[in-house]
Write a protein that binds this ligand. Sequence first.
Ligand SMILES: Cc1ncc(COP(=O)(O)O)c(C=O)c1O
Length: 407
Amino acid sequence: MDSFSSVQDLLAVWQPEMPVYCVYPHVYQNSTQNFINGFPGRVLYAVKSNDEPAVVRAIHRSGVTDFDCASLSEIALVSNNCPGATCYFMVPVRPRGDARMAQQQYGVRHFVVDHPKGLELLASEIDMTRSVVFARMAVHHGSAIYDLSSKFGATPEEIPGLIEAIVAYGAEPALAFNVGSSVRSPDAYRYALSLAARVLSELPIRLRLVDIGGGYPQSYPGYEMPSLDAYFCAIRQGLSDLPLADGGEILGEPGRALSAPGLSALVEVLLRKDDRLYINDGLYGVFWELRFEGHKRYPVRTYRRGELLHSHEERAFHLFGPTCDSTDRLPGAVDLPADIDTGDYLEFGHIGAYSLGGRTHFNGHFSDKIVSIDNCNELPPTERNLVPFQSLFSEQAADRLVELVAA
Ligand SMILES: Cc1ncc(COP(=O)(O)O)c(C=O)c1O
């Protein structure tokens, strides 16, 4: 992988025609260590949020030794890039044979189920007596932008039966839940832990492990979230009533909170038409998450001929991706220097979560150019003033937004 001391240095020697994704390892080091220091349990990185090897390696080097993997290929990736790491195969439904391969080839011992039939299938592939099997419980909370309990998860009432069946197969039973992704309120964890405490207190045995999932959010422009400390505090409070076996611990599966901060996307302005900028990445590329409910923008800064472009005058621009599809337009408008033009570059920060993994080849556009920015004094863009995107939406959509913010 090429490395540069800054994006200016990169642009001094190279004016890339394709988007370039910049990994800032020292930013990952800071954010990962902050998370590990604050979270009152074991931290498993949710690889699905960014499986770029350079990112996974940066998070591993920053102290994460455990990984929440959703597929055999994620397990292979972690095993090949992170010496000494432990992979947890934390998806309740897997392609046939993958659990067997995970255990035989990669030594995986932790799995999850949410249904008796799924347990039977798992037991036919692995040695249950050397495995820990989590029973996944569905936990809904209104503050999660993305629900993670309508597809997977047994009801709280079904959990005791599932735990009993796991014990009968000879595995160590454990409990897992996911309150959602981009969880807007720390109360979600208080609520989920109190539900878990109720379920656990009615079991005839005490469990050693409770996996409380992911969901820890990242703030984006116009999309301010509570601090991570508020989440850690809520979790600590919830833990005080959680009945666990001696030596028991909780696990967390942060994806976004670890992967978002240390990656930026450097894109070129292909054409300016008045207040419209056509750029070489879009909603079918690294910006795909902007299609969904949730944040609508990333922080951005601009470059011209290798230097940061500053301007006293700014104006709002609409950004369009490179495909022929009219929907390939970033939501909202972005305040940029008023004289920005064809051939200038934009760098979007905080773009490490749910970005690289969702790029498509639609219309033949795909960039896989990853570089490293190694000067510890260099930081990706963090914040800009942006035009409130409600103004660009229908009144109905704006009302819905107000409701969401109030909720
Ligand atoms: C099982 C599981 N764990 C963890 C995560 C990570 O969530 P987040 O990126 O919100 O922390 C997800 C996200 O989809 C998930 O499905």
